[in-house]
Design a protein around this ligand. Structure first.
Ligand SMILES: [Zn+2]
Length: 258
Protein backbone atom coordinates (compact mmCIF):
# COMPACT_ATOMS: atom_id res chain seq x y z
CA UNK A 1 0.00 0.00 0.00
CA UNK A 2 1.44 3.29 -1.08
CA UNK A 3 1.35 6.13 1.49
CA UNK A 4 -0.33 9.31 0.31
CA UNK A 5 -1.46 12.53 1.99
CA UNK A 6 -4.90 13.76 2.94
CA UNK A 7 -3.97 16.82 0.87
CA UNK A 8 -4.27 14.72 -2.29
CA UNK A 9 -8.02 14.14 -1.95
CA UNK A 10 -9.07 17.59 -3.21
CA UNK A 11 -6.65 17.58 -6.21
CA UNK A 12 -7.91 14.08 -7.10
CA UNK A 13 -11.54 15.22 -7.03
CA UNK A 14 -10.63 18.37 -9.02
CA UNK A 15 -8.95 16.31 -11.70
CA UNK A 16 -11.83 13.83 -11.84
CA UNK A 17 -14.39 16.60 -12.27
CA UNK A 18 -12.17 18.64 -14.58
CA UNK A 19 -11.93 21.78 -12.45
CA UNK A 20 -8.87 23.80 -11.47
CA UNK A 21 -7.61 23.65 -7.89
CA UNK A 22 -4.25 24.98 -6.72
CA UNK A 23 -2.35 22.51 -4.54
CA UNK A 24 1.28 21.56 -4.11
CA UNK A 25 0.35 17.92 -4.30
CA UNK A 26 -0.90 15.91 -7.22
CA UNK A 27 -3.98 13.82 -7.82
CA UNK A 28 -3.74 10.11 -6.94
CA UNK A 29 -3.50 8.38 -10.34
CA UNK A 30 -4.63 5.04 -8.94
CA UNK A 31 -7.95 6.58 -7.86
CA UNK A 32 -8.49 8.25 -11.23
CA UNK A 33 -7.74 5.00 -13.07
CA UNK A 34 -10.15 3.17 -10.77
CA UNK A 35 -12.90 5.77 -11.34
CA UNK A 36 -12.48 5.91 -15.12
CA UNK A 37 -12.49 2.12 -15.39
CA UNK A 38 -16.06 1.89 -14.06
CA UNK A 39 -18.92 1.47 -16.47
CA UNK A 40 -20.74 3.77 -16.43
CA UNK A 41 -18.18 6.31 -15.18
CA UNK A 42 -19.55 7.60 -11.85
CA UNK A 43 -21.37 10.93 -12.08
CA UNK A 44 -21.50 11.54 -8.34
CA UNK A 45 -18.94 11.25 -5.54
CA UNK A 46 -19.77 11.08 -1.83
CA UNK A 47 -16.88 12.09 0.47
CA UNK A 48 -17.47 10.87 4.02
CA UNK A 49 -15.10 12.04 6.72
CA UNK A 50 -15.29 9.92 9.85
CA UNK A 51 -13.99 12.04 12.71
CA UNK A 52 -11.10 10.45 14.65
CA UNK A 53 -10.88 7.36 12.42
CA UNK A 54 -7.13 6.79 12.31
CA UNK A 55 -5.38 3.84 10.72
CA UNK A 56 -4.86 2.03 13.98
CA UNK A 57 -8.51 2.44 14.97
CA UNK A 58 -9.55 1.17 11.54
CA UNK A 59 -7.49 -2.01 12.13
CA UNK A 60 -8.25 -2.47 15.84
CA UNK A 61 -12.01 -2.17 15.26
CA UNK A 62 -12.12 -4.17 12.03
CA UNK A 63 -14.90 -6.37 13.39
CA UNK A 64 -17.14 -3.40 14.33
CA UNK A 65 -16.31 -1.60 11.06
CA UNK A 66 -17.00 -4.65 8.91
CA UNK A 67 -18.95 -2.76 6.22
CA UNK A 68 -16.01 -0.44 5.55
CA UNK A 69 -13.59 -3.39 5.44
CA UNK A 70 -15.99 -5.24 3.12
CA UNK A 71 -16.10 -2.31 0.72
CA UNK A 72 -12.30 -2.52 0.43
CA UNK A 73 -12.21 -6.29 0.07
CA UNK A 74 -15.00 -6.51 -2.50
CA UNK A 75 -13.49 -4.08 -4.97
CA UNK A 76 -12.06 -1.00 -3.34
CA UNK A 77 -8.85 0.89 -2.86
CA UNK A 78 -7.27 1.43 0.55
CA UNK A 79 -4.59 4.03 1.23
CA UNK A 80 -2.76 5.04 4.36
CA UNK A 81 -2.69 8.84 4.50
CA UNK A 82 -0.37 11.16 6.37
CA UNK A 83 -2.34 13.59 8.49
CA UNK A 84 -1.83 17.35 8.58
CA UNK A 85 -3.23 18.28 12.00
CA UNK A 86 -4.46 16.80 15.28
CA UNK A 87 -7.62 18.89 15.17
CA UNK A 88 -10.84 18.54 13.22
CA UNK A 89 -11.35 22.02 11.78
CA UNK A 90 -7.92 22.47 10.13
CA UNK A 91 -7.85 18.81 9.02
CA UNK A 92 -11.21 19.03 7.26
CA UNK A 93 -10.28 22.35 5.67
CA UNK A 94 -7.13 20.63 4.35
CA UNK A 95 -9.13 17.71 2.99
CA UNK A 96 -11.45 20.12 1.15
CA UNK A 97 -8.80 22.56 -0.12
CA UNK A 98 -5.72 20.39 -0.65
CA UNK A 99 -3.70 22.95 1.33
CA UNK A 100 -1.76 22.72 4.59
CA UNK A 101 -3.33 24.47 7.61
CA UNK A 102 -0.74 27.30 7.43
CA UNK A 103 -1.84 27.94 3.84
CA UNK A 104 -5.63 27.85 4.26
CA UNK A 105 -5.50 29.52 7.69
CA UNK A 106 -8.60 27.78 9.09
CA UNK A 107 -7.28 26.65 12.46
CA UNK A 108 -10.26 27.02 14.82
CA UNK A 109 -14.02 27.37 14.57
CA UNK A 110 -13.51 31.14 14.77
CA UNK A 111 -11.61 31.09 11.45
CA UNK A 112 -14.40 29.27 9.58
CA UNK A 113 -15.76 31.64 6.94
CA UNK A 114 -12.82 34.05 7.16
CA UNK A 115 -10.55 32.28 4.67
CA UNK A 116 -10.59 33.42 1.06
CA UNK A 117 -9.34 30.04 -0.10
CA UNK A 118 -12.09 28.12 -1.89
CA UNK A 119 -12.85 24.49 -1.12
CA UNK A 120 -13.39 21.89 -3.84
CA UNK A 121 -17.14 22.31 -3.20
CA UNK A 122 -17.08 26.03 -4.05
CA UNK A 123 -14.66 25.57 -6.95
CA UNK A 124 -16.96 23.01 -8.54
CA UNK A 125 -20.02 25.22 -8.03
CA UNK A 126 -18.20 28.10 -9.73
CA UNK A 127 -17.68 25.76 -12.69
CA UNK A 128 -21.38 24.89 -12.79
CA UNK A 129 -21.22 21.50 -11.04
CA UNK A 130 -23.58 21.06 -8.12
CA UNK A 131 -22.26 20.12 -4.69
CA UNK A 132 -23.68 19.47 -1.22
CA UNK A 133 -22.53 19.38 2.39
CA UNK A 134 -24.03 17.93 5.58
CA UNK A 135 -22.03 19.34 8.50
CA UNK A 136 -22.25 21.04 11.85
CA UNK A 137 -24.10 24.37 11.67
CA UNK A 138 -21.04 26.59 12.27
CA UNK A 139 -19.07 24.84 9.53
CA UNK A 140 -22.06 25.09 7.18
CA UNK A 141 -22.49 28.88 7.49
CA UNK A 142 -19.80 29.96 4.99
CA UNK A 143 -21.27 27.55 2.42
CA UNK A 144 -24.74 29.15 2.45
CA UNK A 145 -25.40 30.70 -0.92
CA UNK A 146 -22.09 29.33 -2.23
CA UNK A 147 -23.08 25.74 -2.97
CA UNK A 148 -26.35 24.15 -4.11
CA UNK A 149 -27.32 22.04 -1.11
CA UNK A 150 -26.35 22.82 2.49
CA UNK A 151 -27.60 20.74 5.41
CA UNK A 152 -26.56 22.30 8.73
CA UNK A 153 -26.94 20.06 11.78
CA UNK A 154 -26.75 21.62 15.25
CA UNK A 155 -24.25 20.13 17.66
CA UNK A 156 -25.96 18.24 20.46
CA UNK A 157 -25.43 15.96 23.44
CA UNK A 158 -26.83 12.91 21.62
CA UNK A 159 -24.11 12.32 19.04
CA UNK A 160 -25.90 9.30 17.58
CA UNK A 161 -28.88 11.51 16.81
CA UNK A 162 -26.46 14.00 15.23
CA UNK A 163 -24.86 11.35 12.99
CA UNK A 164 -28.27 9.95 12.12
CA UNK A 165 -29.32 13.37 10.77
CA UNK A 166 -26.09 13.64 8.77
CA UNK A 167 -26.75 10.18 7.31
CA UNK A 168 -30.36 11.04 6.40
CA UNK A 169 -29.37 14.29 4.66
CA UNK A 170 -26.60 12.47 2.79
CA UNK A 171 -28.96 9.78 1.54
CA UNK A 172 -31.71 12.22 0.60
CA UNK A 173 -29.48 14.55 -1.43
CA UNK A 174 -28.04 11.61 -3.36
CA UNK A 175 -31.47 11.47 -5.05
CA UNK A 176 -30.71 14.73 -6.83
CA UNK A 177 -29.68 13.73 -10.34
CA UNK A 178 -27.69 16.93 -10.88
CA UNK A 179 -25.52 16.44 -7.78
CA UNK A 180 -21.81 15.81 -8.46
CA UNK A 181 -20.10 15.93 -5.05
CA UNK A 182 -21.47 15.36 -1.54
CA UNK A 183 -19.40 16.04 1.58
CA UNK A 184 -20.48 14.73 5.01
CA UNK A 185 -18.86 14.48 8.43
CA UNK A 186 -19.76 11.78 11.01
CA UNK A 187 -18.63 12.39 14.60
CA UNK A 188 -19.58 9.58 17.00
CA UNK A 189 -16.12 7.99 17.33
CA UNK A 190 -14.47 11.33 18.15
CA UNK A 191 -17.07 12.18 20.80
CA UNK A 192 -16.74 8.74 22.42
CA UNK A 193 -12.92 8.96 22.40
CA UNK A 194 -12.92 12.36 24.11
CA UNK A 195 -15.30 11.11 26.78
CA UNK A 196 -13.52 7.82 27.35
CA UNK A 197 -16.64 5.84 26.47
CA UNK A 198 -16.90 2.39 24.85
CA UNK A 199 -15.44 2.90 21.37
CA UNK A 200 -16.81 -0.36 20.02
CA UNK A 201 -20.33 1.05 20.50
CA UNK A 202 -19.50 4.15 18.45
CA UNK A 203 -17.74 2.07 15.79
CA UNK A 204 -20.81 -0.16 15.36
CA UNK A 205 -23.10 2.84 14.92
CA UNK A 206 -20.72 4.37 12.36
CA UNK A 207 -20.69 1.02 10.57
CA UNK A 208 -24.50 0.96 10.28
CA UNK A 209 -24.58 4.56 9.04
CA UNK A 210 -21.96 3.70 6.42
CA UNK A 211 -23.99 0.65 5.35
CA UNK A 212 -26.97 2.89 4.58
CA UNK A 213 -24.86 5.56 2.86
CA UNK A 214 -22.96 2.96 0.78
CA UNK A 215 -26.30 1.51 -0.39
CA UNK A 216 -27.50 4.95 -1.46
CA UNK A 217 -24.22 5.65 -3.31
CA UNK A 218 -24.50 2.22 -4.97
CA UNK A 219 -28.01 2.99 -6.24
CA UNK A 220 -26.59 6.04 -8.01
CA UNK A 221 -23.58 4.09 -9.38
CA UNK A 222 -21.57 6.64 -7.46
CA UNK A 223 -18.06 6.70 -6.10
CA UNK A 224 -17.58 6.65 -2.34
CA UNK A 225 -14.57 8.14 -0.54
CA UNK A 226 -14.27 7.40 3.20
CA UNK A 227 -11.45 8.86 5.29
CA UNK A 228 -10.47 9.90 8.79
CA UNK A 229 -9.36 13.43 9.66
CA UNK A 230 -6.71 12.95 12.38
CA UNK A 231 -5.47 10.47 14.96
CA UNK A 232 -7.95 9.13 17.47
CA UNK A 233 -7.78 11.18 20.66
CA UNK A 234 -7.30 8.47 23.28
CA UNK A 235 -6.07 9.16 26.78
CA UNK A 236 -4.15 5.93 27.34
CA UNK A 237 -2.62 6.03 23.88
CA UNK A 238 -1.29 9.53 24.54
CA UNK A 239 0.36 8.33 27.73
CA UNK A 240 1.95 5.39 25.88
CA UNK A 241 3.19 7.64 23.09
CA UNK A 242 4.79 9.96 25.61
CA UNK A 243 6.62 6.93 26.97
CA UNK A 244 7.73 5.38 23.69
CA UNK A 245 8.07 8.39 21.42
CA UNK A 246 5.52 9.49 18.91
CA UNK A 247 5.34 8.28 15.34
CA UNK A 248 3.18 10.37 13.02
CA UNK A 249 -0.42 9.21 12.86
CA UNK A 250 -1.98 8.06 9.61
CA UNK A 251 -5.62 7.73 8.61
CA UNK A 252 -7.24 5.37 6.09
CA UNK A 253 -8.71 6.52 2.79
CA UNK A 254 -11.07 4.09 1.11
CA UNK A 255 -12.29 4.59 -2.44
CA UNK A 256 -14.96 2.23 -3.75
CA UNK A 257 -18.03 1.81 -5.92
CA UNK A 258 -20.50 0.14 -3.56
ZN1 LIG B 1 -11.82 15.39 14.23
Amino acid sequence: MQPISLLQIAPTLAEFFGVHLTSQLRAVEQILTFAYSRKPIPKVVALLVIDSLDYRFYSDFAHELEIIHDLVERDGLLFECETVSNHTTPAIASILTGLLPESHGILTGEDVGTSNVNSILEIMEDEGQKTAAAIETKGAKPLWGRISYVFPVDDREDIFEYDDLIKKHTISVLDKQDLRLMFSHLRAIDRFAHRDRDLSVAAKVINENMRAIANAVGERNGLLFICGDHETHLKDRKAKQALHGKSPATVPLIVCCP
